[in-house]
Design a protein around this ligand. Structure first.
Ligand code: IPM
Ligand code: MN
Length: 357
Protein backbone atom coordinates (compact mmCIF):
# COMPACT_ATOMS: atom_id res chain seq x y z
CA UNK A 1 0.00 0.00 0.00
CA UNK A 2 1.18 3.52 -0.74
CA UNK A 3 -0.08 6.72 0.75
CA UNK A 4 -0.22 10.05 -1.08
CA UNK A 5 -1.26 13.59 -0.21
CA UNK A 6 -3.10 15.26 -3.06
CA UNK A 7 -4.14 18.91 -3.32
CA UNK A 8 -7.59 19.16 -4.83
CA UNK A 9 -8.61 22.43 -6.47
CA UNK A 10 -12.31 22.33 -7.43
CA UNK A 11 -12.27 25.83 -8.93
CA UNK A 12 -14.91 27.82 -10.77
CA UNK A 13 -17.73 27.14 -13.22
CA UNK A 14 -18.09 23.45 -13.98
CA UNK A 15 -14.96 22.72 -11.88
CA UNK A 16 -16.65 21.42 -8.71
CA UNK A 17 -19.02 19.15 -10.68
CA UNK A 18 -16.34 17.45 -12.72
CA UNK A 19 -13.92 17.26 -9.79
CA UNK A 20 -16.53 15.32 -7.82
CA UNK A 21 -16.41 12.63 -10.50
CA UNK A 22 -12.62 12.64 -10.58
CA UNK A 23 -12.59 12.07 -6.81
CA UNK A 24 -14.97 9.16 -7.26
CA UNK A 25 -12.47 7.70 -9.71
CA UNK A 26 -9.59 8.19 -7.25
CA UNK A 27 -11.58 6.58 -4.44
CA UNK A 28 -12.20 3.56 -6.64
CA UNK A 29 -8.52 3.33 -7.58
CA UNK A 30 -7.54 3.59 -3.91
CA UNK A 31 -9.88 0.74 -3.04
CA UNK A 32 -8.96 -1.48 -5.94
CA UNK A 33 -5.19 -1.06 -5.68
CA UNK A 34 -5.02 -0.61 -1.89
CA UNK A 35 -3.67 2.93 -1.83
CA UNK A 36 -4.48 5.73 0.53
CA UNK A 37 -5.13 9.19 -0.94
CA UNK A 38 -5.37 12.07 1.50
CA UNK A 39 -7.17 15.00 -0.13
CA UNK A 40 -6.48 18.61 0.79
CA UNK A 41 -8.93 21.03 -0.76
CA UNK A 42 -7.39 24.32 -1.92
CA UNK A 43 -8.90 27.34 -3.62
CA UNK A 44 -7.38 29.21 -6.55
CA UNK A 45 -9.03 31.63 -8.96
CA UNK A 46 -12.55 33.01 -8.61
CA UNK A 47 -13.40 30.76 -5.67
CA UNK A 48 -10.35 32.12 -3.83
CA UNK A 49 -11.32 35.71 -4.66
CA UNK A 50 -14.75 35.06 -3.17
CA UNK A 51 -13.35 33.35 -0.07
CA UNK A 52 -10.14 35.27 0.64
CA UNK A 53 -10.32 38.42 -1.49
CA UNK A 54 -7.50 37.41 -3.87
CA UNK A 55 -6.91 34.78 -6.56
CA UNK A 56 -4.37 32.84 -4.49
CA UNK A 57 -3.00 33.03 -0.95
CA UNK A 58 0.41 32.16 0.52
CA UNK A 59 -1.28 29.46 2.62
CA UNK A 60 -2.66 27.84 -0.52
CA UNK A 61 0.77 27.80 -2.14
CA UNK A 62 2.30 26.32 1.04
CA UNK A 63 -0.37 23.62 1.18
CA UNK A 64 0.16 22.66 -2.45
CA UNK A 65 3.93 22.52 -1.98
CA UNK A 66 3.46 20.16 0.98
CA UNK A 67 1.58 17.58 -1.09
CA UNK A 68 2.61 15.05 -3.75
CA UNK A 69 0.47 16.44 -6.59
CA UNK A 70 -2.10 19.09 -7.42
CA UNK A 71 -5.27 18.05 -9.21
CA UNK A 72 -6.70 21.22 -10.69
CA UNK A 73 -10.00 21.85 -12.45
CA UNK A 74 -10.46 25.24 -14.05
CA UNK A 75 -10.76 28.90 -13.14
CA UNK A 76 -12.53 32.02 -14.35
CA UNK A 77 -15.93 33.44 -15.12
CA UNK A 78 -17.73 36.62 -16.08
CA UNK A 79 -18.18 37.58 -12.45
CA UNK A 80 -14.45 38.33 -12.10
CA UNK A 81 -13.78 39.55 -15.66
CA UNK A 82 -13.53 43.23 -14.82
CA UNK A 83 -10.92 42.95 -12.10
CA UNK A 84 -7.38 44.25 -12.62
CA UNK A 85 -5.09 41.80 -14.41
CA UNK A 86 -3.26 40.72 -11.23
CA UNK A 87 -6.52 40.17 -9.33
CA UNK A 88 -8.22 38.03 -11.96
CA UNK A 89 -8.72 34.27 -11.45
CA UNK A 90 -6.13 33.56 -14.17
CA UNK A 91 -3.48 35.34 -12.08
CA UNK A 92 -3.96 32.67 -9.42
CA UNK A 93 -3.43 29.95 -11.99
CA UNK A 94 -0.24 31.57 -13.29
CA UNK A 95 1.00 32.10 -9.72
CA UNK A 96 0.62 28.45 -8.76
CA UNK A 97 2.27 27.30 -12.00
CA UNK A 98 5.19 29.59 -11.22
CA UNK A 99 5.33 28.59 -7.53
CA UNK A 100 5.66 24.88 -8.22
CA UNK A 101 7.90 25.55 -11.24
CA UNK A 102 6.20 22.93 -13.37
CA UNK A 103 7.84 24.23 -16.52
CA UNK A 104 6.85 21.38 -18.83
CA UNK A 105 3.22 21.31 -19.84
CA UNK A 106 2.39 18.02 -21.55
CA UNK A 107 -0.75 18.10 -23.67
CA UNK A 108 -1.40 14.80 -25.44
CA UNK A 109 -3.71 14.85 -28.45
CA UNK A 110 -5.26 11.48 -29.09
CA UNK A 111 -8.65 10.37 -30.37
CA UNK A 112 -10.60 7.78 -28.47
CA UNK A 113 -11.78 4.96 -30.69
CA UNK A 114 -15.51 5.50 -31.32
CA UNK A 115 -15.05 9.29 -31.18
CA UNK A 116 -13.54 9.85 -34.64
CA UNK A 117 -16.74 11.26 -36.07
CA UNK A 118 -16.55 14.22 -33.70
CA UNK A 119 -13.57 15.72 -35.40
CA UNK A 120 -14.32 18.52 -37.80
CA UNK A 121 -11.58 17.13 -40.04
CA UNK A 122 -11.98 14.36 -42.60
CA UNK A 123 -11.53 10.78 -41.31
CA UNK A 124 -8.52 10.16 -43.56
CA UNK A 125 -6.80 13.28 -42.19
CA UNK A 126 -7.16 12.33 -38.54
CA UNK A 127 -6.64 8.61 -38.71
CA UNK A 128 -4.01 7.44 -36.25
CA UNK A 129 -3.42 10.84 -34.65
CA UNK A 130 -1.17 10.54 -31.62
CA UNK A 131 0.86 13.59 -30.74
CA UNK A 132 1.90 15.44 -27.65
CA UNK A 133 2.45 19.15 -27.26
CA UNK A 134 5.25 20.09 -24.88
CA UNK A 135 4.51 23.66 -23.90
CA UNK A 136 6.89 25.76 -21.81
CA UNK A 137 4.75 26.95 -18.91
CA UNK A 138 6.57 29.21 -16.48
CA UNK A 139 8.35 31.75 -18.67
CA UNK A 140 8.09 33.45 -22.06
CA UNK A 141 5.69 36.29 -22.74
CA UNK A 142 3.35 35.21 -19.93
CA UNK A 143 5.93 36.23 -17.33
CA UNK A 144 8.45 38.43 -19.18
CA UNK A 145 9.39 41.88 -17.87
CA UNK A 146 8.94 44.71 -18.54
CA UNK A 147 5.20 44.68 -19.05
CA UNK A 148 2.32 47.01 -18.43
CA UNK A 149 0.12 49.75 -19.76
CA UNK A 150 1.50 53.30 -19.56
CA UNK A 151 0.51 56.75 -20.70
CA UNK A 152 3.18 58.51 -22.71
CA UNK A 153 3.88 62.25 -22.43
CA UNK A 154 2.14 62.86 -25.77
CA UNK A 155 -1.06 61.33 -24.39
CA UNK A 156 -0.93 58.03 -26.26
CA UNK A 157 -1.32 54.87 -24.21
CA UNK A 158 1.03 51.96 -24.67
CA UNK A 159 0.51 48.33 -23.66
CA UNK A 160 3.43 45.91 -23.77
CA UNK A 161 4.73 42.50 -22.74
CA UNK A 162 8.12 40.89 -23.21
CA UNK A 163 8.75 37.52 -24.80
CA UNK A 164 12.01 36.44 -23.19
CA UNK A 165 13.72 33.09 -22.66
CA UNK A 166 16.98 32.31 -20.93
CA UNK A 167 19.10 29.51 -22.36
CA UNK A 168 18.58 27.17 -19.39
CA UNK A 169 14.81 27.56 -19.64
CA UNK A 170 14.92 26.42 -23.25
CA UNK A 171 17.39 23.66 -22.51
CA UNK A 172 15.33 21.99 -19.79
CA UNK A 173 12.08 22.00 -21.79
CA UNK A 174 13.88 20.75 -24.91
CA UNK A 175 15.26 17.81 -22.91
CA UNK A 176 11.75 16.87 -21.83
CA UNK A 177 10.58 16.95 -25.45
CA UNK A 178 13.48 14.80 -26.71
CA UNK A 179 13.12 12.33 -23.81
CA UNK A 180 9.44 11.91 -24.65
CA UNK A 181 10.14 11.54 -28.36
CA UNK A 182 12.62 8.77 -27.65
CA UNK A 183 9.82 6.76 -26.06
CA UNK A 184 7.35 7.58 -28.86
CA UNK A 185 7.70 8.39 -32.55
CA UNK A 186 11.27 9.76 -32.32
CA UNK A 187 10.46 13.12 -33.88
CA UNK A 188 10.41 16.63 -32.39
CA UNK A 189 8.94 19.62 -34.19
CA UNK A 190 10.17 22.77 -32.50
CA UNK A 191 7.86 25.72 -33.11
CA UNK A 192 9.00 29.35 -33.18
CA UNK A 193 8.92 32.58 -35.14
CA UNK A 194 12.62 32.74 -35.93
CA UNK A 195 12.02 34.67 -39.15
CA UNK A 196 11.02 37.66 -37.01
CA UNK A 197 11.83 37.24 -33.32
CA UNK A 198 15.27 37.34 -31.67
CA UNK A 199 14.01 35.22 -28.81
CA UNK A 200 13.29 32.50 -31.38
CA UNK A 201 16.88 32.64 -32.68
CA UNK A 202 18.14 31.70 -29.24
CA UNK A 203 15.38 29.09 -28.95
CA UNK A 204 16.59 27.41 -32.17
CA UNK A 205 20.24 27.53 -31.14
CA UNK A 206 19.64 25.94 -27.75
CA UNK A 207 17.25 23.28 -29.08
CA UNK A 208 19.88 22.34 -31.70
CA UNK A 209 22.55 22.07 -28.99
CA UNK A 210 20.36 19.80 -26.85
CA UNK A 211 19.54 17.71 -29.91
CA UNK A 212 23.21 16.64 -30.16
CA UNK A 213 22.58 14.22 -27.27
CA UNK A 214 19.62 12.65 -29.05
CA UNK A 215 20.92 11.33 -32.36
CA UNK A 216 18.06 8.81 -32.56
CA UNK A 217 15.45 11.59 -32.59
CA UNK A 218 14.64 13.60 -35.71
CA UNK A 219 14.44 17.36 -35.14
CA UNK A 220 12.65 19.81 -37.39
CA UNK A 221 11.94 23.51 -36.92
CA UNK A 222 8.68 25.07 -37.98
CA UNK A 223 7.39 28.63 -37.88
CA UNK A 224 4.32 28.91 -35.71
CA UNK A 225 2.08 30.17 -38.51
CA UNK A 226 3.05 27.21 -40.66
CA UNK A 227 2.53 24.86 -37.70
CA UNK A 228 -1.00 26.21 -37.24
CA UNK A 229 -1.66 25.44 -40.90
CA UNK A 230 -0.01 21.99 -40.87
CA UNK A 231 -2.04 20.96 -37.82
CA UNK A 232 -5.24 21.01 -39.85
CA UNK A 233 -3.67 20.09 -43.20
CA UNK A 234 -1.78 16.98 -42.17
CA UNK A 235 -1.73 16.48 -38.38
CA UNK A 236 -0.36 12.96 -38.51
CA UNK A 237 3.11 14.36 -39.43
CA UNK A 238 3.54 15.40 -35.77
CA UNK A 239 4.88 13.33 -32.91
CA UNK A 240 6.19 15.75 -30.26
CA UNK A 241 5.56 19.47 -30.74
CA UNK A 242 7.88 21.65 -28.65
CA UNK A 243 6.77 25.24 -28.15
CA UNK A 244 7.11 28.28 -25.92
CA UNK A 245 4.34 29.37 -23.59
CA UNK A 246 2.18 31.46 -25.93
CA UNK A 247 2.62 29.43 -29.11
CA UNK A 248 1.95 26.24 -27.14
CA UNK A 249 -1.19 27.73 -25.66
CA UNK A 250 -2.60 28.63 -29.05
CA UNK A 251 -1.58 25.46 -30.86
CA UNK A 252 -2.98 23.22 -28.14
CA UNK A 253 -6.46 24.72 -28.48
CA UNK A 254 -6.22 24.26 -32.22
CA UNK A 255 -4.95 20.69 -31.92
CA UNK A 256 -7.72 19.83 -29.48
CA UNK A 257 -10.23 20.27 -32.28
CA UNK A 258 -8.61 17.45 -34.21
CA UNK A 259 -10.20 15.24 -31.56
CA UNK A 260 -13.51 17.07 -31.78
CA UNK A 261 -13.92 17.78 -28.10
CA UNK A 262 -11.93 20.16 -25.97
CA UNK A 263 -13.80 18.65 -23.03
CA UNK A 264 -11.80 15.43 -23.20
CA UNK A 265 -8.17 16.53 -23.15
CA UNK A 266 -5.82 16.29 -20.19
CA UNK A 267 -2.63 18.10 -19.34
CA UNK A 268 0.21 17.82 -16.89
CA UNK A 269 2.75 20.36 -15.68
CA UNK A 270 5.87 18.52 -14.63
CA UNK A 271 9.50 19.26 -13.89
CA UNK A 272 8.77 21.18 -10.70
CA UNK A 273 8.60 20.22 -7.04
CA UNK A 274 4.98 19.13 -7.31
CA UNK A 275 3.22 17.92 -10.45
CA UNK A 276 0.16 19.89 -11.45
CA UNK A 277 -2.61 18.29 -13.47
CA UNK A 278 -5.37 20.23 -15.19
CA UNK A 279 -7.73 19.63 -18.09
CA UNK A 280 -7.09 21.76 -21.18
CA UNK A 281 -10.65 23.07 -21.18
CA UNK A 282 -11.85 26.06 -19.18
CA UNK A 283 -14.52 26.62 -16.55
CA UNK A 284 -17.41 26.78 -19.07
CA UNK A 285 -19.55 29.16 -16.97
CA UNK A 286 -22.43 28.92 -19.46
CA UNK A 287 -23.19 25.33 -18.49
CA UNK A 288 -22.05 25.42 -14.85
CA UNK A 289 -24.40 24.00 -12.24
CA UNK A 290 -26.57 22.19 -14.79
CA UNK A 291 -25.02 18.76 -14.30
CA UNK A 292 -24.35 18.36 -18.01
CA UNK A 293 -20.61 19.05 -18.23
CA UNK A 294 -18.35 16.33 -19.61
CA UNK A 295 -16.15 15.03 -16.76
CA UNK A 296 -13.87 13.01 -19.06
CA UNK A 297 -11.20 15.72 -19.41
CA UNK A 298 -10.89 15.90 -15.64
CA UNK A 299 -10.90 12.12 -15.29
CA UNK A 300 -8.24 11.59 -17.97
CA UNK A 301 -6.26 14.34 -16.26
CA UNK A 302 -6.53 12.29 -13.08
CA UNK A 303 -5.02 9.37 -15.00
CA UNK A 304 -2.13 11.63 -15.99
CA UNK A 305 -1.66 12.52 -12.33
CA UNK A 306 -1.49 8.84 -11.44
CA UNK A 307 1.10 8.27 -14.18
CA UNK A 308 3.37 11.32 -14.00
CA UNK A 309 2.63 12.63 -10.50
CA UNK A 310 2.43 9.47 -8.40
CA UNK A 311 4.22 7.00 -10.67
CA UNK A 312 1.24 4.63 -10.76
CA UNK A 313 1.25 3.47 -14.39
CA UNK A 314 -1.07 0.45 -14.01
CA UNK A 315 -3.61 2.55 -12.17
CA UNK A 316 -3.45 5.26 -14.87
CA UNK A 317 -4.07 2.67 -17.57
CA UNK A 318 -7.03 1.28 -15.63
CA UNK A 319 -8.67 4.71 -15.64
CA UNK A 320 -7.98 5.29 -19.34
CA UNK A 321 -9.35 1.89 -20.24
CA UNK A 322 -12.51 2.50 -18.20
CA UNK A 323 -13.07 5.78 -20.07
CA UNK A 324 -12.56 4.08 -23.45
CA UNK A 325 -14.93 1.26 -22.45
CA UNK A 326 -17.59 3.71 -21.29
CA UNK A 327 -17.42 5.59 -24.58
CA UNK A 328 -17.54 2.32 -26.50
CA UNK A 329 -20.68 1.39 -24.55
CA UNK A 330 -22.29 4.54 -25.97
CA UNK A 331 -22.41 6.80 -22.93
CA UNK A 332 -22.28 10.47 -23.95
CA UNK A 333 -22.66 13.81 -22.21
CA UNK A 334 -24.49 16.51 -24.18
CA UNK A 335 -21.35 17.92 -25.83
CA UNK A 336 -20.52 14.61 -27.51
CA UNK A 337 -24.04 13.27 -27.95
CA UNK A 338 -25.29 11.87 -31.25
CA UNK A 339 -28.49 10.01 -31.90
CA UNK A 340 -28.26 6.30 -30.97
CA UNK A 341 -26.04 7.13 -27.97
CA UNK A 342 -27.03 7.06 -24.31
CA UNK A 343 -27.29 10.66 -23.17
CA UNK A 344 -26.05 11.00 -19.61
CA UNK A 345 -25.41 13.66 -17.01
CA UNK A 346 -22.03 14.55 -15.50
CA UNK A 347 -22.68 12.27 -12.54
CA UNK A 348 -23.95 9.38 -14.65
CA UNK A 349 -20.88 9.56 -16.88
CA UNK A 350 -18.70 9.52 -13.76
CA UNK A 351 -20.56 6.53 -12.34
CA UNK A 352 -20.35 4.61 -15.62
CA UNK A 353 -16.59 5.09 -15.70
CA UNK A 354 -16.08 4.27 -12.01
CA UNK A 355 -18.10 1.09 -12.45
CA UNK A 356 -15.74 -0.03 -15.24
CA UNK A 357 -12.54 0.40 -13.27
C1 IPM B 1 -4.57 27.23 -20.64
C2 IPM B 1 -5.36 28.48 -20.42
C3 IPM B 1 -4.56 29.43 -19.55
C4 IPM B 1 -3.29 29.76 -20.26
C5 IPM B 1 -5.31 30.71 -19.14
C6 IPM B 1 -6.62 30.40 -18.45
C7 IPM B 1 -4.46 31.61 -18.28
O1 IPM B 1 -5.72 29.06 -21.63
O2 IPM B 1 -4.23 26.56 -19.65
O3 IPM B 1 -4.29 26.90 -21.79
O4 IPM B 1 -3.28 30.61 -21.14
O5 IPM B 1 -2.27 29.15 -19.93
MN1 MN C 1 -5.14 27.88 -23.37
Amino acid sequence: MSEFDISIMPGDGIGPEIMEQALGVLDKIAKKFSHKFNYKTVYIGGCSIDKFGKPITDETIATVLSTDALLFSSVGGEKWDNLAQDMRPEAGLLAIRKAILGYANLRPIKIFPSMESFSTLKPEVISGIDMIIVRELVSGIYFGEPKGVVSLPDGTRKGFNTMAYKDYEIERIAKIAFDLAQKRGKKVTSVDKANVLDVSTLWRDVVSEVHKDYSDVELEFMYVDNAAMQLVRNPSQFDVILAGNLFGDILSDEASMITGSLGMLPSAAIGGDVGMFEPVHGSAPDIAGKGIANPIGQIITTAMMLRYGLNLETEAEAVEKAVADTLKAGYRTADIFRESNKKVSTAQMGEAIIERI
